[in-house]
Design a protein around this ligand. Structure first.
Ligand SMILES: [Fe+2]
Ligand SMILES: [Fe+2]
Length: 171
């Protein structure tokens, strides 16, 4: 028997016998995959100036990581690294969309980002980017007064942390 689920973070839908272990789209932990009937639609979030600035910075980070992983995917030297980069690329784009939606703005065009021509270097670079994002998201979650903004930063800090772990295993 298949059941409809929906991600509380990115809003993507998932149909399966059980909730997925993680959102297949944004990578959020399984606890954010809700039975469709319980799902609540989030649009623009009323937020303070600090939170808005934090979301803006996060949006820039996500878009630049998206563009970096896109380049790394195109340059990947093996099927394994291509698989990892490709999934992370898509997850970062989902994250960017979540921040833009919360801010009530359209997704800005992706920045021009270049990457190294080899996997080892690209994995190292990605490591640095992910580390920066994690630190910043934890900080932003801590100071955000809005529950939804805290939720987004917390959930994505976890996802970026898993990116880091995966990169370290496969580098
Ligand atoms: Fe999701
Ligand atoms: Fe991300």
């Amino acid at each position: 028997m298949m059941h409809p689920f929906r991600c509380e973070l990115c809003g993507e839908t998932y149909v399966g016998s059980y909730p997925a272990e993680r959102c297949p789209f944004c990578g959020a932990a399984g606890k954010y995959l809700l039975p469709a009937a319980e799902w609540m639609k989030y649009g623009k979030v009323e937020m303070c100036k600090q939170s808005y600035e934090d979301c803006q910075k996060a949006l820039d980070l996500e878009l630049s990581n998206y563009a970096y992983y896109k380049c790394a995917t195109a340059c990947a030297e093996s099927q394994v690294t291509e698989t990892i980069f490709k999934r992370f690329m898509k997850q970062e784009l989902e994250h960017a969309e979540v921040f833009a939606k919360a801010m009530g703005i359209a997704l800005p065009p992706e920045p021009q980002v270049s990457c190294a021509g080899n996997d080892v270097k690209n994995m190292e670079e990605s490591n640095i980017h992910e580390n920066m994002a994690i630190k910043f998201y934890i900080e932003a979650a801590r100071r955000a007064p809005e529950p939804r903004i805290r939720q987004i930063f917390r959930a994505f800090a976890e996802v970026e942390n898993e990116h880091l772990v995966t990169l370290n295993v496969y580098k």
